[in-house]
Every structure is written in structure tokens, then in C-alpha cells.
Design a protein. Structure first.
Length: 364
């Protein structure tokens, strides 16, 4: 994986500053394009509806399974719509921005509030690359934390860190860490409280409508392939993609004293390149490094902004081409951080060896 900008010697960086580059990027790519934003929103909502129509029309289990997988990826794209609404980059018109966020969040999940997610996500941008980033979707334990955890916590953690089929467990851990704190931030403030209540009501209404329609039209078959399976696949795809955006055997983490906003946001993220069809369906979620670097750039401009940076500084961001072997490497090696003093990824097997050596030292 590419090294940090501080180690790049082949460029003349005497006039380089993060502030200068970010300002340049905002001037070129930071303007909200209402037409592009609306087309993007309509496209992903329409693709969700298309999935419904395909399953209903063909009424075939193979077609339904393939369509559910497609709908699961498309829900990741809709997640990016309400994620961007949280960053206020969908529209200059706040009501239109929030409308897109409300509809997208409603289609993504039962009662999910993008306002609630927004509160914790803003903190994530302030903590990316830190040893402890509690508002991140996934949070690696240190060897000491894992060894001191109870058996159930160890089992659940091991399942989600080693097996992609249990990656949905990550949302449970995330909710446990963040929901209560985010609600405490929201409810004392009347405007945020009203936003939260509105998004929950909208989300529950859309979900209930989808559930009733799917069951009425096709019974449990329709409910499963139109609603349940796509939602489960989204809950699985999301953490896998997010982990690929933030994990690598060579990834560096920083304590509070050595953490720097711009450098840690670059070093703590990776741009993973997928097949163009997947890139489209996940709404360029993989352009994660440039998003963390300048969160105010609209999602539909991130790829152009990243290409612009790469032309000037090809090694500025970490990047990795997706392969199944790379995914296997992440799930077989990136399990725990060795310690807070040495926050590098190790596997569960390597952690056992560390504990054995520690026990030997304690005996002697």
C-alpha cells in the first residue's frame, strides 16, 4: 500500500499545504449541482422500484435471488444519498436536501434516522485514524481488550471480524456505542429533536408501506425477496465495504498526541477500486479517502476530485484494487490491534502467541 505523504520524496512539496489543496478542490469540485443531485436521487430510487417490478413480473426464485442481491447493493447507494444529506451536499435548498435524505433513509431501513446517523458521523470525521474512533462503523479491539472481554463479547467480535456472513453484527456494536450519546445530543435541541422525529416517522411509514405491499402482492415470498433479503444484504455489504475503506494490514493508527486531522484522514482511509458496475451501484462509496479529506465535496464529484489530486500527487492517497484474495487477507489478518502503544493489525492467532509470551514473562 502507498506510504504517507510525509514519506514521499520524489515530489517538490515545499509549497504544499493541506489548506491550499483543500481550498483548490472546493473551488473546482465543491459547488452543488442541483440537476446532478436530483438525477442521482431519482436514479437510485427508480432502481429500487425496478427491483420490485422484476421480482413481481418474473416470479422466479433464481431471478428473485439475483434481483435481491442487486437491490442490496442499490441500498448501499441509497445509504450514500442520505449520508450526503447529512453532510448537506445534496442541495442548497435545505428542504430538498432533507427530503432526499428522508426518502433514501426510509428505503434503506425500518425507522432509520439519517439525522441520528449524522450526529455520530460528524464525530467520526474528527476521529478517523485514531486508535479509538467510537463513532466509526467498526472499531477494532486491542489484544488486552479482547482478552479481558466476556465470552459472549469475544464470540460475537470474532464472528464479525473473521466471517463476512456475520458482518451485519457490526451494526449492533455501532448502535450500542452511539445511539444513546447521539440522542443525548439531539433531544435538548428543539430543531434537531423535530428533525429526528420527522425522519423516524417517515422511515417507519415507508418501511411499513413496503412490507404491506410486498406481502399483499406476493405473500411471504415477496416479503422475503423484496424486503427482508435486500435489507439483510445491505446490513452485510455496508460493514464489509466500510471495513475495506478503513482496514489494511499496513494501516497506521494514531493516539491523540500524534493525530493530525488531514494526514490521519488520508492515512486512515483507503480507496478500493471495484468493477465499474459495483462502483455505480454503491454510488462511489469507495471514493472514501477524498471524501474524508474534503467532506463538503458532493458525492457525484468525488471521483473527479480524486483524479485531479492523483494527477498532481499520485501517491497522496492509499489505494487498492479489489480482489477476493485481498478481501480474504483483511478477514484473516486484520482482527486486533496489538496494543495502544503499538496499534498495528494482527490476527487472532498472532494475538495468542503474544499472550503466551506475556504469561511466560509473568512466570519468570
Amino acid at each position: 500500500m502507498n506510504k504517507h505523504i510525509r514519506n514521499i520524496e520524489e515530489y517538490d512539496l515545499r509549497n504544499f499545504t493541506h489548506e491550499k489543496l483543500k481550498h483548490e478542490l472546493m473551488l473546482k469540485f465543491g459547488e452543488i449541482d442541483e440537476k446532478k443531485s436530483l438525477i442521482n436521487f431519482i436514479a437510485f430510487v427508480s432502481q429500487h422500484i425496478l427491483g420490485w417490478l422484476i421480482i413481481i413480473y418474473f416470479n422466479n426464485i433464481i431471478v428473485s435471488l439475483a434481483t435481491s442481491i442487486y437491490m442490496g447493493f442499490n441500498l448501499v447507494g441509497l445509504f450514500i444519498v442520505f449520508h450526503d444529506a447529512g453532510h448537506r451536499t445534496r442541495s442548497k435548498n435545505i428542504k430538498l436536501n432533507d427530503f432526499q435524505g428522508d426518502i433514501a433513509a426510509g428505503l434503506v431501513g425500518c425507522g432509520i434516522s439519517w439525522v441520528l446517523a449524522r450526529e455520530s458521523h460528524r464525530k467520526h470525521h474528527l476521529d478517523t485514524g485514531k486508535i479509538k474512533d467510537p463513532t466509526a462503523l467498526w472499531l477494532p479491539m486491542t489484544v488486552a481488550e479482547y482478552s479481558n472481554a466476556n465470552r459472549i463479547s469475544q464470540l460475537l467480535y470474532k464472528l464479525k471480524m473473521t466471517n463476512i456472513f456475520f458482518s451485519a453484527l457490526e451494526f449492533g456494536s455501532f448502535a450500542k456505542r452511539n445511539i444513546a450519546n447521539s440522542l443525548l445530543d439531539i433531544f435538548p435541541k428543539p430543531k434537531k429533536r423535530r428533525e429526528f422525529i420527522r425522519t423516524v416517522i417517515t422511515g417507519l411509514s415507508i418501511s411499513l408501506l413496503e412490507i404491506l405491499l410486498a406481502y399483499k402482492i406476493m405473500g411471504f415470498y415477496g416479503l422475503f425477496f423484496i424486503y427482508i433479503l435486500p435489507k439483510f444484504l445491505f446490513l452485510s455489504f455496508g460493514p464489509i465495504l466500510d471495513r475495506l475503506n478503513h482496514a489494511n494490514p499496513e494501516m497506521l493508527f494514531y493516539d491523540n498526541d500524534n493525530w493530525h486531522t488531514d494526514e490521519s484522514n488520508m492515512q486512515g482511509t483507503i480507496r478500493v477500486e471495484y468493477h465499474p458496475i459495483i462502483n455505480y451501484l454503491i454510488n462511489d462509496m469507495n471514493e472514501h479517502s477524498i471524501h474524508h479529506y474534503v467532506p463538503s465535496i458532493p458525492g457525484y464529484n468525488l471521483r473527479k476530485a480524486r483524479l485531479y489530486v492523483e494527477e498532481k500527487y499520485p501517491l497522496l492517497f492509499n489505494k487498492q484494487k479489489f480482489s477476493w484474495s485481498y478481501l480474504g487477507q483483511i478477514y484473516s489478518q486484520c482482527h486486533l490491534l496489538e496494543s495502544e502503544n503499538n496499534p498495528t493489525f494482527i490476527s487472532f492467532q498472532e494475538s495468542q502467541q503474544i499472550l503466551i509470551e506475556k504469561d511466560k514473562l509473568a512466570i519468570t
